[in-house]
Design a protein around this ligand. Structure first.
Ligand SMILES: Cc1cc2nc3c(=O)[nH]c(=O)nc-3n(C[C@H](O)[C@H](O)[C@H](O)COP(=O)(O)OP(=O)(O)OC[C@H]3O[C@@H](n4cnc5c(N)ncnc54)[C@H](O)[C@@H]3O)c2cc1C
Ligand code: SF4
Length: 504
């Protein structure tokens, strides 16, 4: 069953073998595995339960329903936007369905540094095969690449840069282009479509509009979760929900999981919780094309460029992709004011936007704020800023190679570049707070797993080293940035940790 906690009595007490916090990629998967293994499972989800019929394809309606802080979550000094999803299905409701595993070189480095005895290569490979089958992952058919992605490919080919088609978890996709606002056609094979129904079928109970505040514990053992139901309109606390459970699995994403652990005063080694945050910060560059691009139509990301993403430790760390947005979001980053801004927006159909996403080394911090909030402290260090400036240059080069007749760098003040201008000066661009928009959609690595309980809070089976009955199954577990889209690997952690819980 899926209950809306807002419809239930304002003081609620439930009991289960397992309480999962968060119904996204990690949580829905762990809940499915545990419920199918015979455990009674309660899943608390702060967001709403929405179906394809609720996805209205309107930015003003869907951003507040699908994203934390209505899509306006930022770092505490507002220098970086951090988009994260909420709802039964989590960020998989609105993500762009790109599927890639963590590169072998990164997994090898983790094993050297952290051990990860429960995640040998064969286990990773088997988990990826299982997730790909569950989500029906396949290559995006070339016939479905839109003009924006074809221009991106043209740019790569003209520059002889390494690139190729991407894989995705969609079936029956109509190419509407509204992925970021949720799919009205149920074409995304995501947590809401694949895992939640199976978990419910196996008896799991989901409570939407129910936000966990803290884990309760006594004598180094979890006893449950204290939560609050939320008013669906104001999202203000409405009543208390107490879950008694001998097992708790935190899957509230890399920001909220760390915040809940810290708020609950769960013992852990110094610096092992909340301090390793990576986010894959990204810059965007826009190009204006003679012919309409109509980039909002069709599958948003079908082609990638890996020319500037090296597996070598000291190599470049930029992953390039097309990154278009709907009109409201576009208007927030298109430079200029008044008439100048209007003139640019009138050329919306002619814009192409490319992004450089950074495999970041900078470690940021997450801390709880009050009972329900959290704060994110992150600003890329000098090396990472240098890479991001290079990202501006390579996106501009790619746009011109794709045929753009002018390129706009949405900085403050904005920069307009014409064919033949010296692009290498962008490499020297100073990335400053407020001087340019940085956006991140992949928070991770706030509770890095490791075999050594003196260094890590949690092992590579997801079990907490210092609190019996506590598990973690989300992107928090990664020891570093992964430089690739994380969803496949987080689903994999849901399977892996879910099975460990079922054995506990
Ligand atoms: C715009 C966008 C596009 C993306 N595109 C891609 C892509 O193409 N490919 C890819 O691999 N990845 C993509 N991602 C990232 C990917 O979706 C996430 O990395 C992944 O879903 C994270 O899984 P998770 O389980 O850690 O967290 P989530 O899926 O975010 O789930 C966490 C859930 O916990 C809930 N929660 C938080 N706090 C509480 C609390 N206190 N109590 C109860 N519930 C709580 C949240 O509401 C949320 O539903 C994208 C992300 C965004 C924002
Ligand atoms: S492009 Fe495909 S997956 Fe995305 S919203 Fe449209 S139908 Fe759904």
């Amino acid at each position: 069953m899926i209950f809306d906690a807002a419809d239930l009595p304002s003081s609620l007490q439930v009991r289960a073998d397992l309480c999962v916090v968060g119904a996204g990629a990690g949580g829905a998967t762990a809940a499915m595995i545990a419920a199918e293994a015979g455990l009674s499972v309660v899943v608390l989800e702060a967001g709403a339960f929405l179906t394809p019929a609720d996805m209205s394809q309107r930015e003003d309606e869907m951003f507040p329903r699908l994203f934390w802080e209505g899509g306006n979550r930022t770092t505490k000094d507002r220098s970086v936007k951090v988009h994260q999803g909420r709802g039964v299905g989590g960020s998989t409701l609105h993500n762009l369905n790109v599927c890639k595993p963590i590169p072998q070189a990164i997994r090898d480095a983790w094993r050297r540094d952290r051990g990860l005895e429960h995640l040998p290569n064969e286990t990773w490979d088997a988990l990826y095969a299982e997730v790909e089958a569950l989500l029906s992952v396949s290559a995006v058919p070339r016939a479905q690449w839109n003009r924006h992605n074809l221009l991106f490919e043209r740019g790569c080919e003209a520059l002889s840069w390494r690139g190729g088609g991407l894989s995705h978890n969609r079936t029956g996709c109509l190419g509407s282009g509204f992925c970021e606002l949720g799919c009205a056609y149920d074409a995304k094979n995501n947590a809401a479509k694949v895992m939640v129904p199976r978990a419910v079928q196996a008896g799991a109970q989901f409570f939407s509009h129910c936000q966990a505040v803290e884990i309760t514990h006594a004598q180094s053992r979890v006893t449950g979760v204290r939560a609050t139901s939320l008013d669906p309109s104001s999202l203000q606390p409405r009543g208390t929900v107490v879950v008694e459970a001998k097992r708790v699995c935190l899957s509230a994403s890399a920001t909220a999981t760390a915040a809940i652990l810290l708020r609950s005063r769960i013992p852990a080694p110094e610096g092992a919780v909340g301090d390793g945050l990576r986010i894959h910060p990204a810059v965007v560059v826009a190009g204006e094309f003679e012919e309409p691009v109509n980039a909002w139509r069709g599958i948003p990301q079908a082609y990638e460029c890996t020319e500037w993403l090296s597996e070598a430790e000291d190599g470049h760390r930029l992953w390039l992709l097309p990154a278009f947005a709907h009109p409201v979001a576009t208007a927030t980053f298109v430079p200029g004011r008044g008439e100048a801004h209007r003139a640019l927006m009138e050329r919306y159909a002619h814009l192409g936007v490319f992004t450089a996403m950074l495999h970041d080394h900078t470690a940021g911090r997450v801390r709880p704020k009050g009972d329900l909030g959290l704060s994110i402290d992150y600003w890329p260090d000098a090396d990472d800023r240098k890479e991001l400036a290079l990202g501006l240059e390579v996106c501009a080069r790619l746009l011109f190679a794709a045929g753009a007749r002018k390129v706009l760098v949405p900085a403050f003040p904005s920069q307009t570049i014409h064919p033949g201008d010296d692009l290498s000066r962008l490499r020297e661009f100073e990335i400053t707070k407020g001087g340019i928009d940085l956006t991140a959609v992949h928070p991770m690595a706030t509770v890095p797993m490791g075999d050594d309980p003196r260094r890590a809070a949690v092992g590579s089976d997801g079990a907490h080293h210092h609190m019996d009955g506590l598990f973690i199954a989300d992107g928090s577990l990664f020891p570093t940035s992964i430089g690739t889209p994380p969803q496949l690997s987080i689903y994999a952690m849901g399977l892996h940790v879910g099975r460990r819980i079922a054995r506990a």
